[in-house]
Design a protein around this ligand. Structure first.
Ligand code: ZN
Length: 539
């Protein structure tokens, strides 16, 4: 893609004293995402205490990894790994050596209660394989599920209870197989609906009950009809999913989900002001560009991913909260004036090229300087980096701590093993488990007994083996959900792909012909309406 830099970007970068980007938005996005392993977790041992841990680093990796308890303790000092900067060498190679040497946090899973197999989460209770979801209870196999209870298979869902297989839903109860549903309950197969109860296979409805395929029924008729659908059968659900996909295509689609926003482009934006090319942002958020996933109080943010909770004046940052004036870093939490640093927390100030630091200031490569020494040295290193071509660039993808396919870069920019190796990146080969053809997945949930807990199934898509645990079985029985034919990660991949790419395309409204920016490119089969035309279709 062409590297176009707007006047706003030039002003933003000038304020931060940073040069203009040399590569396009997408490649910068990919380069940052290489540093986020969200869902690949492994069993390992803490390098400080020897205790068993769940870790983001596979045991074959050479990183030093500490359990969460050990990492957050005062039993070690990240500054003891500090080193002088060598002006005869490049900055990035020295930063990578330091990042390999300093103990790293095994997992980002704070205030967890009986939820040790979760990552990039906080305050979860009795959860299993929940990634990027906070304040959940009794939830399993979900990504970006927040404040939810008794749910499975959610992607980007807020405040759900007793729900299964949802994408982009908020305030929902007893809902299944739905996308973009808000304030809906006791329903299944909804798309782009608000305020529905007891509805089935409906698209674009507002405040209705007892509707099937967008047609009204009496309560009695509705119950009779629903009973015939046999939702406990995998085959039946599969057929219904196909039918629903066809039914959805007969309705015009909103060009983008941009709700209560002012002067905003991108998709999935709520309560955002002055945003260009931003995706998955919850306001308040103001003056932002090329920001992917974040919000809850962000301002003056350019080219960042997974940032939120009072972050301001930042550029090329991944996975950060509560920070000010930071660039080219990952996981800068509650820090200020930070450059080229990863995993720096608890009110760090004035760090350059630091890693895994807590409450420190005036450090370079984890070495302590006085205030005046720090600014002198920082200026000299920046001059050096200008000569080496490193200044103003994020560290290279090759310096990621993970293999490409362990990171979310592979979700948004999928590559084959050959392509990854050709770029000089690493590929993670999954361990092959030979178990033959696996057990047959039963069709109807009613016919399933506890014997299923000893069965091993083979994922119909990837061949990965998977099992059903007791919590899961109870959940499927309670919600009348058939046993899945895919492993949990494959199911997540399917939900992820049901969302549109984080990219806007120039096209025309299929009704009035107005030029619009939409995440639906013009080759797609959906009929796409601008906001005004779309709202006119609603009843
Ligand atoms: Zn229109």
């Amino acid at each position: 893609m062409p590297n176009i830099v707007t006047e706003w970007e030039k002003a933003h970068l000038a304020k931060m004293g940073l040069p203009l980007p040399t590569i396009c938005i997408e490649e910068r996005h990919r380069r940052r995402l290489c540093n986020r392993n969200e869902r690949r977790i492994y069993k390992d041992k803490c390098d400080l205490t020897g205790k068993s841990i769940i870790s983001l680093y596979s045991p074959d990796k050479k990183n030093v990894v500490y359990s969460q308890e050990a990492w957050w303790s005062d039993d070690w000092d990240p500054k003891s790994y500090g080193r002088d900067f060598d002006f005869n060498r490049g900055f990035f190679e020295q930063l990578k050596e330091l990042r390999m040497a300093v103990p790293r946090l095994s997992l980002m899973n704070t205030r967890a209660e009986n939820s040790e197999y979760c990552n990039v989460t906080t305050s979860n209770k009795n959860c299993y394989l929940v990634f990027g979801g906070d304040f959940d209870e009794d939830c399993i196999y979900s990504v970006f599920a927040m404040h939810s209870r008794n749910c499975s298979d959610l992607y980007w869902v807020n405040r759900a209870e007793l729900c299964y297989d949802l994408v982009d839903c908020t305030d929902v109860y007893n809902l299944k197989y739905s996308q973009n549903a808000y304030n809906c309950r006791d329903s299944a197969f909804l798309y782009e609906c608000r305020g529905l109860s007891n509805c089935f296979m409906c698209v674009g409805l507002r405040n209705k009950q007892y509707y099937i395929l967008n047609k009204p029924y009496s309560a009695e008729e509705y119950k009779q009809k629903i009973a015939q659908f046999n939702l406990g059968s995998y085959k039946a659900v599969l057929e219904l999913k196909k039918r629903f996909a066809q039914f959805k295509l007969t309705f015009p689609h909103r060009y983008a989900q941009i709700i209560n926003c002012e002067n905003a482009t991108g998709d999935n934006l709520g309560g955002v002001k002055n945003a260009v090319n931003c995706f998955d942002i919850e306001g308040p958020a103001e003056d932002i560009k090329d920001v992917m996933l974040g919000g809850w109080g962000i301002k003056d943010v350019l080219s960042c991913d997974h940032v939120g909770h009072k972050i301001e004046m930042v550029y090329e940052i991944l996975g950060s909260i509560g920070s000010y004036n930071c660039a080219f870093g990952t996981f800068n939490w509650d820090c200020k004036d930070i450059l080229y640093s990863d995993m720096v927390v608890n009110n760090c100030r004035h760090l350059f090229g630091c890693t895994n630091m807590k409450k420190s200031e005036f450090c370079i490569l984890n070495k302590q300087y006085t205030e005046s020494e720090y600014f002198d040295m920082k200026a000299r290193i920046i001059e050096h980096m200008k000569k080496t071509g490193e200044w103003g660039e994020f560290w290279p993808m090759q310096d990621s701590m993970w293999c490409y396919n362990e990171t979310v870069a592979n979700d948004y920019f999928p590559l084959s093993k050959e392509e990854v190796l050709a770029k000089g990146l690493k590929w993670f080969d999954e361990e092959k488990v030979e178990i033959g053809t696996g057990d047959t997945v039963p069709d109807e949930i009613d016919a399933v007994s506890e014997n299923i807990l000893s069965a091993t199934f083979i994922c119909a898509e990837t061949g990965r083996p998977y099992k059903i645990n007791e919590t899961e079985l109870k959940f499927y029985k309670r919600l009348n959900v058939p046993i899945p034919h895919y492993a949990s990660e494959t199911r997540n991949e399917i939900r992820f792909k049901s969302r549109l790419k984080r990219r806007s395309f120039e096209r025309k409204c299929d009704k009035c012909g107005m030029a619009i920016l939409s995440s639906y490119d013009s080759s797609r089969p959906e009929k796409i309406y601008c906001e005004r035309c779309y709202l006119e279709t609603l009843n």
